[in-house]
Design a protein around this ligand. Structure first.
Ligand code: F6P
Length: 320
């Protein structure tokens, strides 16, 4: 019987468990022998590899986080670490590894498949939505909804006191969470790492807001868009408007996955197993125009990242 292993790596994302559950059960149904790996690539190096059955994934479809646990392993970034990981897989007779994670996870998987005889299949699981080849990653929708909940709550109290609020969401290099949560929350300003912004213009807008009858102003700020505290100080001083700061932080990485993320997890997981059954090698699965797709890892990683500028412009227009 063909043996496969599954791991989750990098920042966890809501829906990873739903994905794992679908992988395990659909694989077993198709006569594959399934192993789990604890703590991502670190677990591969430490040989934390254990057999899984259909009951191993009971009661997790609704749970955020990952029961396999996750880690960012420095050791796996070394040649020695990759070699150890591959050797452990070979000892168990495991020929295929499913990795659920983001960009870094896929790069790790590629390093493993390039140099050792391991077939790696990647499933996109990250709240960041920063993989170009797929329209959505598992966990993004839940994270956006969590941020939106916070923005809605803030708006209530900001309105009552005629205040402005800056809310920081995650995204060191990718402004997708800010863009989507900002649009859905009716943000007046969305600051992301991808689009330059003019603080003097924003300060003027904050002042003008009052004269246009706006009773509150919401700035949604992606963490990688600049120095948050300096920006708040500058805007407050220039506009004379009091700006409160809220950092949503790791709350947006947890929580029960939305229906969208669970469906996506199921569709991607089953396609990943189908890839294995069809003998596809070193591929990633994704979603494009609501169709599930697969492509070589190498091609997916080579695509340059682009940001939806049109949506960004629409956000500006809708905030007038
Ligand atoms: O990779 C996902 C992510 O959530 C980023 O958006 C964020 O900047 C980072 O992880 C935080 O990582 P950590 O939890 O390791 O501080």
């Amino acid at each position: 019987m063909k043996k496969i292993a599954i791991l989750t790596s990098g920042g966890d994302a809501p829906g990873m468990n739903a994905c794992l559950r679908a992988c395990v059960r659909y694989a077993i149904y198709n006569n594959l022998e399934v192993y789990g790996v604890e703590r991502g690539y670190l677990g591969l190096i430490n040989d934390d590899i254990f057999p899984m059955n259909t009951r191993s994934v009971s009661g997790i479809v609704q749970r955020g986080g990952t029961i396999l646990k996750s880690a960012r392993s420095q050791e796996f970034c070394t040649e020695e670490g990759i070699k150890k990981a591959a050797a452990n897989l070979h000892v168990h007779g495991i020929t295929t590894l499913i990795v659920i994670g983001g960009d870094g996870t896929f790069k790790g998987g590629k390093a493993l498949s390039d140099n050792y005889d391991v077939n790696v299949i990647g499933i996109p699981g990250t709240i960041d939505n920063d993989l170009q080849y797929t329209d959505f990653t598992i966990g993004f929708d839940t994270a956006v909804n969590t941020c939106l909940w916070a923005i809605n709550s803030l708006r209530d109290t900001m309105d009552s006191h005629d205040r402005a609020s800056l809310v920081e969401v995650m995204g060191r290099h990718c402004g997708d969470i800010a863009l989507h949560a900002g649009i859905c929350g009716g943000a007046e300003y969305i600051l992301t790492p991808e689009v330059p912004f003019d603080l003097d213009e924003i300060a003027k807008g904050l002042k003008r807001g009052g004269s246009r009858g706006k009773t509150s102003n919401m700035i949604v700020f992606a963490e990688g868009a600049g120095n948050r505290d300096e920006i708040v100080k500058y805007l407050s001083e220039k506009s004379g408007v009091k700006i409160t700061t809220t950092r949503i932080g790791h709350i947006q990485r947890g929580g029960s996955p939305t229906a969208f993320d669970r469906m996506l997890a199921v569709r991607l997981a089953t396609r990943a197993i189908d890839c294995i059954l069809q003998g596809k090698r070193n591929s990633v699965v994704g979603i494009h125009n609501n169709q599930i797709i697969d492509m070589p890892i190498k091609d997916a990683l080579e695509l340059p990242r682009s940001f939806d500028k049109r949506l960004y412009e629409i956000a500006r227009v809708l905030a007038l």
